[in-house]
Design a protein around this ligand. Structure first.
Ligand code: UTP
Length: 286
């Protein structure tokens, strides 16, 4: 079955970016002139996704507003013949259906994803964690959907994680199963370095069969009262199998202050004629 739908959970509290995130969703942090979420939605569209469900919460309406038309603004720009500004608005993708549902309480990623069960029905679907901005030639999700099509099992994105960060990731026990593809034999959430199966950490892209909802429903809340997606994935891995794709590209965790700066620099370096200028300017600053 074709993967047509995507789920993007944006209901987290964004505590790492306080006080900014007290009033503005971290998904709306600017990567120069585009909000971070713009890149995620574009990746979804470029991967063949037709409908997106945001799992959202109070104070996050600016995300939906961004992808909606603003007739008042368009009317005035037209009236003033400001066609350059009107053209900028056209950069916002429109060729996708956007839906949203509210998660009333931030009870974990698994709990958030469960809100998509009715929307997804019996189809396989994509999940994008919007903090993970990935710059790549081929959209990572497009490749993952292809792998799902070939293997018929859930696919998670992984990348090699540096030692100091292993205990911040879900780490997989991999068995090579093709070019940049692994079967996952086991996985551990945030293990100590000495207990880690490998240095391959799970990042925010998943293609999942709808069966995952049954596994989430069976997952008990952890110590902090949160229902974790990793626990459900682990149960699914045991019964149905699960594989990993080691993607090619540069990932920046825009929910982290340092990597957010890197995302801006990476995007800036991709603009025509800006790379050398940027390198010089940075040398000057430091
Ligand atoms: P994070 O663990 O990064 O949490 O969530 P967070 O609240 O967004 O950010 P910090 O760590 O406090 O700064 C991973 C993803 O899951 C979503 C978040 O929006 C983010 O995209 N999420 C998490 C939910 O939608 N609901 C939840 O209950 C928890």
């Amino acid at each position: 079955m074709r993967v047509r739908k995507a789920v993007i959970p944006v209901a987290g509290l964004g505590t790492r970016f306080l006080p900014y995130t007290k009033a503005i969703p971290k998904e709306m942090l600017p990567i120069i002139d585009l909000p971070a979420i713009h890149f995620i939605v574009q990746e979804a569209i470029d991967s063949g996704i037709e409908s997106i469900l945001f799992i959202t919460s109070k104070e996050k309406y600016s995300i939906e507003d961004y992808f909606d038309r603003n007739f008042y603004l368009e009317y005035f720009l037209n009236k003033n013949k400001n066609y350059a500004a009107l053209n900028e608005l056209k950069r916002i993708p429109e060729n996708v259906n956007i839906f949203s549902v509210r998660q009333k309480e931030a009870m974990g990623l698994g709990h958030a994803i469960l809100h998509a069960a009715d929307f997804i029905g019996a189809e396989p679907f994509a999940v994008f964690l919007p903090d993970d901005l990935i710059f790549s030639k081929v959209p990572v999700m497009k490749k993952m959907i292809e792998i799902y099509g070939k293997l018929g099992r859930g696919v998670v994105a992984v990348e090699k994680v540096e030692k100091a960060k292993i205990s911040s990731y879900g780490i997989i026990k991999p068995k090579p199963a093709g070019s940049r593809i692994y079967d996952i034999l086991d996985m551990a959430e945030k293990p100590a370095l000495k207990d880690a199966f490998s240095n391959l950490g799970i990042v925010g892209r998943y293609v999942l069969p709808s069966k995952i909802f049954d596994y989430i429903r069976e997952t008990k809340a952890g110590a902090k009262g949160e229902i974790q997606l990793t626990d459900a994935l682990k149960a699914m891995m045991r019964n149905e199998g699960l594989c990993a794709h080691e993607f090619e590209g540069v990932r920046c965790d825009t929910g982290d202050k340092f990597e957010y700066i890197l995302a801006i620099l990476k995007y800036a370096s991709m603009q025509k004629g800006l790379k050398q200028k940027l390198k010089k300017a940075i040398k000057k600053i430091f």
